[in-house]
Design a protein around this ligand. Structure first.
Ligand code: ADP
Ligand code: MG
Length: 561
């Protein structure tokens, strides 16, 4: 936010508007507000380019409120937004800024809600209409005059509207509004499609461009983690144990993935919900409200469903699936670090997505440092810290209320204070793993891999331990029993293989006794099986053509070096 003295009061806005803005806690206009407000007040068309989170809403809402003639009860300003969520958010912002301007009416018009009440609200004297283009066109088909009194048109997040395929709808809307109107267009990016709209429909627009990219992004602490595609959910669960977050939004690509991850999180006790395009409108609003007020802490969303979402509580953005392009990466991580707050953004990268990471780094002009998945020790430390924090306030007070009971229980049970306290801890922590061995056993193996060269480099820097559990597993395999050797097949979990399938095949086709077969370890892309050294050649020949889950087993002796 700028250091300009005078702030909002110097902007020539109606004092009632300034008062309402100051009441919301804004102290100074942001850069885009500082520059756009005078231009819009002066009646110019304008193109405003600025990243997410720079305060574009107030940049157009305040001057428009200033221009509205409250005594006229007809639509005067139309704001177009790409999604229902964003339309609602903009409408709410208008209402907030108009708190001290009696007689201002705002209506939000979007799909998924009945049309009748929307149309009635427009006709009943709303001066400001905030709409998604698709639904507005539906209204225009019913009543082509509905926009004939509009004098101010704003396209908010114009690039997103085009991405969502609203080009034709926009043309229809332009035609339905008097040509004498003032038009303002806001967009994070200005691709040629937007410039061509501006050429056709804006008159001598003034340009305002805020180089906020670095500003937006530097408030956000970014990192990436390498994981295999099928290990994303365990990776997220592990990260959540150590990240100290308030509210978090996790981005995935598909509707199904929103449901899967939300379910996995709920199962672990997180207050989580999915947000995707299939979820009914009123339910989506409830999800966002719940995230705002803390009934939910995690929302798992697709890009479209989360567009423009503004929830100040969000401290973390998890990019569980890679965004489709660098712009949506910037958009996504802009959900945190709102209005200069600190935020943290984590990006999961699978081996095939390394290139996209490089593109993101090039476009944002910043390195996204590599982080490692927390190991069992880190998870344990985080759990103990949480437990300690939760007990700290109780320790101060509980002796007065429960001290006598404690004495009585130790006497009744005839045990030491330590024994009773331990029992209570066990009860309170509900079976949660709270020693290193237990955490190690509980945590599914999450390979966070690195290129070979890098691993040695890390080892050289004495960071072996950081390498995580997988390295340990690789380098120090379980000791083999006497007379056993380890064999390897390239079939693994990703081929749909489970240990029992391998066991079954070897028992049947190899004719071995159950006892002859040792440990079977199924990894993602391979499996290891302990077999008797004696007669191994013969066994492997027997199993030469064996298939498991439709694929050739191709078992080979595995030599550890
Ligand atoms: P954009 O549309 O550029 O992504 P928004 O208009 O949604 O950004 O604003 C982002 C956040 O910043 C909102 O929470 C908004 O309330 C807050 N905000 C906007 N202007 C100011 C200001 N001048 N001072 C403090 N906070 C602001
Ligand atoms: Mg916006």
């Amino acid at each position: 936010m700028t250091q300009e003295t005078g702030g909002f009061a110097a902007l020539d806005l109606n004092p009632n508007i300034v008062a309402a803005v100051l009441a919301t806690g804004y102290e100074e206009p942001s850069a885009i507000q500082q520059q756009s407000i005078p231009i819009i007040l002066a009646g110019h068309d304008m193109i405003g380019q600025a990243q997410t989170g720079t305060g574009k809403t107030a940049a157009f809402a305040l001057p428009i409120l200033n221009k509205i003639d409250v005594s006229k009860r007809e639509p005067q300003a139309l704001i177009l937004a790409p999604t229902r969520e964003l339309a609602l958010q903009v409408a709410t912002a208008f209402e907030t800024y108009a708190k001290q301007m009696p007689g201002v009416n705002v209506v939000a018009v979007y799909g998924g809600a009945p049309m009748g009440p929307q149309l009635r609200a427009i006709r009943n004297g709303a001066q400001i209409v905030v709409a998604t283009p698709g639904r507005l066109c539906d209204h225009l088909r019913r009543d082509e005059k509905v926009l004939s009194t509009v004098q101010y048109l704003v396209l908010d997040e114009a690039d997103e509207m085009l991405k969502l395929g609203f080009m034709d709808d926009l043309e229809v809307i332009f035609d339905a509004i008097p040509a004498s109107r003032q038009t303002v267009l806001f967009s994070a990016t200005l691709p040629s499609s937007i410039r061509s709209i501006a050429e056709r429909h804006l008159r001598e627009p003034k340009h305002v461009k805020i180089q906020s990219k670095t500003q937006t992004v530097t408030a956000i602490d970014q990192a990436h983690l390498m994981v295999h595609a099928d290990q994303k959910i365990p990776a997220v669960l592990r990260l959540l144990e150590v990240e100290e977050f308030d509210a978090l939004i996790a981005f995935v690509r598909t509707k199904q993935a929103t449901l899967d991850l939300a379910a996995a999180l709920e199962a672990k006790g997180y207050k989580a919900a999915a947000l995707n395009g299939d979820i009914a409108q009123n339910q989506r609003e409830r999800v966002i409200d719940s995230l705002k007020d803390g009934r939910l802490d995690i929302v798992v969303a697709t890009d479209v469903a989360a567009r423009g979402l503004d929830v100040p509580r969000i401290t973390h953005v998890f990019n569980v699936d890679m965004p489709y392009d660098p712009e949506s990466y910037v958009h996504r991580i802009g959900r945190t670090g709102r209005a200069g707050r600190e935020g943290r953004a984590l990006l999961l990268v699978t081996p095939r997505e390394r290139r996209m990471l490089q593109v993101i780094e090039r476009v944002t002009g910043q390195k996204v440092a590599e982080a490692r998945l927390p190991n069992a020790q880190a998870v344990l430390d985080a759990r103990i810290k949480k437990l300690t924090m939760s007990l700290a306030p109780l320790v101060a007070e509980s002796e007065a209320t429960h001290g006598e009971l404690f004495d009585r229980l130790t006497a009744d049970l005839g045990c030491s204070a330590r024994a009773l306290a331990s029992a209570l801890l066990r009860k309170a922590t509900n079976g949660q793993a709270l020693d290193l061995g237990a955490v190690e056993r509980e945590q599914p193996l999450v390979p966070s891999f690195a290129p070979r060269g890098e691993r040695t480099e890390r080892a050289d820097r004495g960071e072996r331990r950081e390498g995580g559990d997988r390295d340990r597993e690789r380098r120090a395999p379980m000791p083999l029993a006497e007379g056993r050797v380890r064999c390897r097949t390239a079939l693994g979990a990703r081929d749909g293989i489970a240990a029992k399938n391998l066991l079954g095949a070897i028992l049947n086709e190899g004719g071995l006794a159950r006892d002859a077969i040792g440990r079977i370890q199924v990894r993602d892309s391979f499996s290891l099986i302990e077999l008797p050294e004696d007669g191994l050649e013969r066994l492997l020949t027997k199993l030469k053509d064996t298939r498991v889950a439709g694929k050739q087993l191709k078992l080979r002796r595995y030599r550890e070096d």
